[in-house]
Structure formats: structure tokens, C-alpha cells
Ligand binder design. Structure first.
Ligand code: NOJ
Length: 802
């Protein structure tokens, strides 16, 4: 890691934590703490939101979009010295004093912040237990001064209570429906809203129902006073930095049925010198239908530090089990930390959260993306096949009988239909990936309903996808662009309807290749032939009219005008049609190598290859949104990290390990100075601003990006070269030539493969010899290991093993 990144923080020596010792990070650096139903974000300074099930309909706490600072409000505990009246917070913000005293640590499923201020050491750990719909803020206070101390603590949250978008745009009316009450017997606040909108986004027509949850906020010490309205807690013309109620120590202890709903709980403590006291604040929800029967148990769970410690231990063990599926040991320390921990962690978070909650995705305007979710499957097929299977079935239910799918959907059956030409084809990726991993052909016989009625097996769904794509081909036998392909901002190629996507054609070929192979595996030979015929039809033009001399063009616009061509001034070359030409293998090897050489020559920067170049600087309504975007950012010529993973994959397929690894290293989130990069150095971002903008090197949209899942699998499957096939685990590394040895452990179909790769001759690829448990292996696919553990030795060299 370079010096400046170290100035804000660094990985712990074992790589399992990111330790931030300068908490004044350029942007909030966050973490996710969650289980299957309850989700919470938490920044290094205590900011973040909480929701149950989905962030649009189940929002528990409020997020004030684009507030200053940007992570307000959050999960705050104020600590007040009753002798002096001085107060601070357990996290640096919101009070914002004593910055240097704080240290924040993000780990897997928890975030811990500590500080010693005025002789009081505080350590607060935020996490969500594995099964309950609640979060725990486990605070431990130690009196390190030599006199007894009298302290008061104020736990504080700002509620949203239900529909986050309606709350945001209709707050003046919305506040008439909040209820916040204190139950002195249970020592807990309960809050809900008496109306709720779930179907559609209307603020004018409410459904005749209340939010289906009661939120609760409680603490394991007797509450001496409480507050339920933000106006009373913060005071007029103030914010969370210095709430009036904390300053005066006066809380109204009145319930509320009006106003901005908050939960504030005050407790009073005395601490002798050396004294230590644990305090457990907990925020959670109870379904309204079970409120009376469940509230006592919910509120009284995890009341002791031992309970909390056991619950945190379970969270840690859950993540450890997840990481155990793949272990790598390479000569590169950063690669080890990212591939063993932070990349699978991010990929799993993106899979579970579904790209709808971060400081870039506020969970109010879009549902779960079909193509995003299909790709996120890559994050978990190795570690949680059951979840992958459930996700595939969920995706199948978003499909119409004709193979069209919702572009975005919510889990409860609402969706948005758009005209992106690629969406449904990603289903093939998800299904084939899952079956390669598991061999579970039975999935194909599962029946799922179509979104417009009727039902079919997953084979029927796959066939519908092919038919839908086949019915959407233009004059060059390439997909009609519609309102976009993977690149959402190429949304008016050829105006309304006259464009064709060259990348879409390559993607189609790649997916048909996968499907043909699956059909072959399950013995559907007639279908394999059908798929191959269709593929050949599309492939033919890709390799002829789409070749521009040194690279492949990106699209055809109206009247066959080329986009992504040497004939253009802006957007002359696009990354995706070079990398996917290789992935789909649409051409002969020399052209494919030439295409990727063009990437290096025309697109590569200090931060990795750009998505296209030169960036568009004039609006072109026949191309679309990309041309309206500032040059060098987002799809308009930034390093779009998701797409860079495919460039790495392409270089691996071309067996150019040094180049693949060079791109891989440039993309590592800690490769750039943090003051330039700004966002978290432990997770990938959607894009890094390129050299076409003065803020080059600035990254944005961290966490919720397909980059993590793809980077993980490209690195493990193609760089380290251990990947699943229908017939077994294939070993085919493509590595930097200066790696002399590395090892990978990987669980596959119930057995653990311990694979050690030797590279005595310093080559980039070429397996010459494999042994499994001392026996020679013929070919690159390992036999299925019939024991718990198999030991595999692999040698690279000049002679290739075919
Ligand atoms: C973000 C979207 O979530 C993803 O689906 C899309 O492929 C990229 N933007 C590129 O436009």
C-alpha cells in the first residue's frame, strides 16, 4: 500500500480488519452489518441506515440524502461528563471533537470504534446477530482516570418507519402518522407508522394499511429519561453535533404522535477509578402481527455482555466458514488479503444487499437489477450453493413467457420493464455457473411461474431466453440496442430503435457457447445443435463487418453508422468489444491479440484501462446518455472497474499473465493515494476517474458493484486458474512470470483440493504436469476427489499439457 493510504488506515497484520486511525477520511468509509432479513450500514464515524427486508419499504432509520456531512444521521451514543458538562460521542461524529483520539475498525460483520477522551476509554462494537431482526451497539466504558466519574449516556436514532421515498418527499404530511411510545416495564421505546405504501410509488393514494413493523430501541440499564421527537432532542437551529437535550440534560420523556420521530434514551452511570461498565443499546423490529407475543423476548434478548459476545462470535464464525471455501497463498501480499477476505466479502455483501443500499444507492429509486443479481451469483456458488439456487429460482420468476425479464424488481413481485437487450441472457450465466459448480442437473427440471402467468421448467426458461434474444436481431444479426445493453448509458444508439449492439452480439455468442455446453452435458444434443446454428449466424458478422482494422467496433447506429470506430472522433474504441471478442472467441487468435493490444495502447492508464476513449465531449442524441456525462467519469471514459475484470479475463484467455496481473494490480482498491481515490481502500468501486478529467484517480460508487464478484472469480478461476467445469475442477493458471510458486485451496463438490503450483521456468502459463495424491493426472481437469482432502501438485513450463 502506498504511503498516503496508510495515513488514514491499513489492514491488520492478518488482513482480517481494516484499521482506520485517521477517522477524518475523505468520504465516509463504511461497512455492512446484516443477516438475511435485517440490514444496516455503518461508517467509520457512526453514520448509516437500517432496514428490514428491503430499503424502500422496510426503512427503519432515516437517511437525509446528500446531507453535510454525508453520512448523517446514524447510530449515535453521546457520552457526557456530568461534573464538567463536557460531552463527546462514542464515534468521532456527530460531536466531532478530539479527532485524533479515535480509531475505527471494520471487520467482517462488525465495526468497532474506540477512543480515550477525558480519562474515559470507550469502545463500541456494532453488529447484527445471525438470526434476529436487530442490531447491537455494544459499548464498554472504562474509567482510566484516578477519580470517580459521573456520566450520562444518550443513545440516539432518527426513525423513518416504512417507505423511505414517501418519507423523503412527503415529510410534512408524513409526520402526522408516526407513533413513538415508551414502555417503562420493558425499558424500551417502540415506534411505528400508521400507514404504508408497498405497491407503486404514489404519495397520493395510500393503501389502507399500516407499516407492518414496530421498531424498538432499548438499552440494558434503566432509562432515566427519553425523547421521541427530533425537534425536542436537537433543538431549533441545531443538528446532531450539539443536541440541546444533551447539553441541558433535559429530555421530555413524552411519547409522540407527531413530528420527526426519533429514539433517544438517557442512562446515568457512575464509574469508580479503573471501573469498567458494558452498555448494550439495541435497535430492531418486530412484525406487527406478532408484536404482543414477541416484544418481550425481542427486547430482552442480548441483555448481557456475555450474550452479546456469543452473538458476535457467531457472526465471526459465519464469515470464517464462508472464507474457508477458497484460500490462496501467492507471492503478492495484497493479492492474498483481497482474495482471501475483502473481495469475497464485498462480493457477498453485494449479493446479499442487492446493490440497493450505500451512500450512492439510497434504496428509493430502483429495485434489484436482474442482470446485476444474475452476475452476483458468481460470488456465492462456491460457498453457498443453496443460496445460489434460491437466487436462480427468484430470477426465473422475474421472467415473462416470451423470455423478457424485469430490468429491476422488488422481492414482493413488483418490477420495471425496460428495453435493454442483454438482461435476460445473464440468466444463462447464472444457471450454467451453478451447474458447473454443483453438477446439479435437477435444477433444470424445477418449475417456476412466469411473471405473466403459467409456469415452466428452468429449461423452458432458458429456451425462452434464447427465443427472446433471437427475435430481437437487427440487419447485421446483432441485438437491436433498444434502451441499452450492459452499458446503460448507450441508451439511444441509432436514435429510437435503429441501433445494434456489437457487444450484445459477442455476449450472446458467449452465452450460447455456455448454453450449448450445458445442453451437451445433459444430453440435449438437438438443442446443442440449434444453439450452435444460432451462434454461428451471429458470430459470422462479428468477425467480419465488426472488425475495424485494429479493434472491434462497439455498435451500429442508424444507417449502419459505426460507433467505437477509427472513423469516429470520440468513443473511437471501447473496452468491452475487445475483451468480449476474446471471451466469446469470435475471431482468430491474432485478431483477438491485436484487439487487446489496442486496449493497452489506447485505453490503459495509471488506474487501469478506460471503458472507452476518447471520452465524448459533445452531446450526441443518437448515442445517448454517455455523451451527456462529464468526460472521464462513469461510462464516459472512466476506468469502469466491472468491465476491467473482463479485460483481465481476456488477457488470461490469451495466456498473457504479466499483462493480466498488471491490470489486476492497478485496480486493487489500495493502489491509489487515498486523498486522490477518496473512497474505501478495502473494496472496489464502480469506477475510477480517468486521465480525461482533472480529478483523475478519484473513485466513486464503492461497495455495490459487480466488480467484486467478477474480480474474485476472474482471479481465482482464470489467473490462479482453478475453475469448475461440468466434469471436474480444471487447473490452468495464467500468472505473472516472476511467480515461482503459489497455492490455492478450494472446496469443490464436497472435497477440499489443496493445489500447489510450481513455476520453475518463470512462464506465464502452460501446465506441463499434474499429480493428484501422487498419481499423474491426464489432461487439465482433476478427477473428482473422493476423500475429504486431495493434494494436487501442478508444474508450469514450456510444454503444454493438452
Ligand atoms: C450500473 C448497473 O447496475 C449495471 O447493471 C450496468 O451494467 C452498469 N451500470 C454499466 O452501465
Amino acid at each position: 500500500m502506498r504511503e498516503n493510504a496508510v495515513r488514514y488506515g491499513q489492514f491488520s497484520p492478518d488482513g482480517k480488519e481494516f484499521v482506520i486511525d485517521n477517522v477524518a477520511t475523505p468520504t465516509p468509509w463504511i461497512n455492512y452489518i446484516y443477516n438475511d432479513r435485517y440490514f444496516s450500514t455503518i461508517s467509520n464515524n457512526g453514520g448509516g441506515i437500517s432496514y428490514v427486508q428491503n430499503p424502500l419499504h422496510g426503512r427503519i432509520t432515516r437517511y437525509r440524502i446528500n446531507d453535510v456531512p454525508p453520512d448523517r444521521p446514524g447510530k449515535y451514543v453521546y457520552i457526557k461528563d456530568e461534573e464538567t458538562g463536557d460531552f463527546w460521542s462514542a464515534t468521532w461524529q456527530p460531536v466531532g471533537k478530539n479527532q485524533k483520539a479515535y480509531q475505527a475498525v471494520h471487520g467482517f460483520g462488525y465495526t468497532r470504534v474506540s477512543a480515550e477522551i477525558n480519562g474515559i476509554f470507550s469502545e463500541i462494537t456494532y453488529f447484527v446477530p445471525v438470526a434476529q431482526t436487530q442490531e447491537i451497539w455494544h459499548l464498554v466504558l472504562t474509567n482510566r482516570s484516578n477519580r470517580p466519574r459521573s456520566l450520562s449516556l444518550f443513545g440516539y436514532v432518527e426513525f423513518c418507519l416504512g417507505h423511505a421515498l414517501v418519507d423523503l418527499i412527503n415529510q410534512a404530511d408524513d409526520q402526522h402518522f408516526n407513533r413513538v411510545v415508551f414502555d417503562s416495564r420493558l425499558n424500551a421505546l417502540f415506534a411505528t407508522k400508521t400507514y404504508w405504501i408497498t405497491e407503486g410509488l404514489s404519495t397520493q393514494q395510500q393503501e389502507n394499511k399500516a407499516w407492518d413493523q414496530w421498531a424498538f430501541f432499548t438499552v440494558n440499564h434503566p432509562v432515566s429519561a427519553y425523547e421521541t421527537r427530533r425537534e425536542r432532542f436537537l433543538g431549533a437551529y441545531r443538528n446532531e453535533n450539539a443536541p440541546e437535550a444533551v447539553e441541558t440534560g433535559r429530555l421530555s420523556s413524552q411519547d409522540s404522535d407527531f413530528g420527526n420521530a426519533v429514539g433517544a434514551l438517557k442512562i446515568d452511570l457512575t464509574l469508580p477509578p479503573g471501573g469498567r461498565i458494558p452498555v448494550l443499546f439495541r435497535l430492531g423490529v418486530i412484525p406487527k402481527e406478532r408484536f404482543e407475543s414477541d416484544k418481550q423476548a425481542a427486547v430482552q434478548a442480548f441483555r448481557t455482555p456475555e450474550d452479546a459476545a456469543t452473538a458476535l462470535q457467531a457472526v465471526t464464525e459465519k464469515w470464517e466458514r464462508f472464507f474457508q471455501h477458497v484460500r490462496v497463498n501467492t507471492p503478492d501480499a495484497d493479492t492474498n488479503i483481497f482474495l482471501n477476505y475483502w473481495t469475497p466479502y464485498q462480493a457477498k455483501v453485494a449479493f446479499d444487499v442487492g446493490r440497493v443500499a450505500s451512500f450512492y444507492y439510497w434504496g428509493i429509486s430502483r429495485g434489484f437489477g436482474f442482470r446485476d443479481m444474475a452476475q452476483d451469483i458468481l460470488a456465492i456458488t462456491i460457498s453457498d450453493v443453496q443460496k445460489a439456487r434460491e437466487r436462480i429460482l427468484l430470477l426465473a420468476r422475474q421472467m415473462f413467457r416470451n423470455g423478457r425479464v424485469y430490468h429491476h424488481f422488488y422481492r414482493d413481485g413488483q418490477g420495471e420493464l425496460t428495453r435493454h437487450c442483454d438482461d435476460s441472457l445473464w440468466f444463462i450465466l447464472a444457471v450454467t455457473e451453478y451447474i458447473q459448480e454443483t453438477g446439479d442437473k435437477a435444477l433444470l427440471q424445477e418449475e417456476e411461474p412466469f411473471a405473466d402467468g403459467g409456469k415452466g421448467t428452468l429449461w423452458d426458461h432458458l429456451k425462452a431466453v434464447v427465443r427472446y434474444a433471437e427475435d430481437n436481431l437487427g440487419p447485421h444479426h446483432l441485438p437491436i440496442f433498444g434502451r441499452g445493453d450492459w452499458n446503460d448509458t448507450l441508451d439511444y444508439i441509432g436514435g429510437e430503435d435503429e441501433g445494434e449492439s456489437v457487444w450484445g452480439g459477442m455476449f450472446y455468442v458467449a452465452m450460447l457457447n455456455r448454453l450449448g455446453e450445458l445442453a451437451h452435458f445433459v444430453g440435449e444434443t438437438a438443442f446443442t445443435r440449434e444453439v450452435e446454428r444460432l451462434r454461428d449466424r451471429i458470430q459470422q458478422n462479428l468477425n467480419t463487418v465488426c472488425w475495424d482494422g485494429k479493434w472491434f467496433i462497439r455498435a451500429f447506429g442508424a444507417d449502419g453508422k459505426k460507433i467505437g470506430s477509427k472513423e469516429n472522433r470520440a468513443g473511437r474504441i471501447f473496452l468491452n468489444t475487445q475483451s468480449w471478442a476474446v471471451i466469446a472467441s469470435v475471431s482468430e487468435p491474432e485478431k483477438l491479440r491485436q484487439a487487446m493490444d489496442s486496449v493497452r495502447i489506447h485505453l490503459d492508464t495509471d488506474f487501469g484501462p478506460k471503458l472507452c476513449a476518447p471520452a465524448f465531449r459533445e452531446i450526441d442524441p443518437n448515442i445517448g446518455l454517455i455523451t451527456r456525462c462529464v468526460p472521464g467519469k462513469k461510462e464516459n471514459g472512466a476506468v469502469f472497474c466491472h468491465a476491467t475484470t473482463w479485460a483481465i479475463l481476456a488477457e488470461c484467455l490469451l495466456k498473457r499473465g504479466d499483462q493480466a496481473f498488471a491490470y489486476y494490480k492497478k485496480l486493487l482498491p489500495n493502489a491509489v493515494d487515498s486523498d486522490q481515490f477518496r473512497v474505501e481502500p478495502y473494496v472496489y468501486s464502480q469506477y475510477i476517474t480517468s486521465n480525461e478529467h482533472p480529478t483523475a484517480g478519484m473513485a466513486s460508487h464503492s461497495w455495490q458493484t459487480g466488480t467484486a464478484a467478477w474480480m474474485y472469480r476472474v482471479a481465482i478461476d482464470y489467473m490462479l486458474g482453478v475453475r469448475p467445469t461440468y466434469w471436474g475442477l480444471r487447473v490452468d493458471p495464467v500468472i505473472p512470470s516472476d511467480w515461482q510458486e503459489f497455492s490455492v485451496e478450494r472446496v469443490f463438490r464436497g472435497a477440499r483440493y489443496r493445489i500447489r503450483v510450481h513455476n520453475p521456468g518463470g512462464v506465464e502459463s502452460r501446465v506441463t504436469r499434474i499429480q493428484m495424491d501422487g498419481q499423474p493426472v491426464e489432461g487439465p481437469v482433476l478427477p473428482i476427489c473422493s476423500k475429504a482432502v486431495c493434494q494436487v501438485e501442478v508444474w508450469l513450463g514450456q510444454m503444454r499439457l493438452e
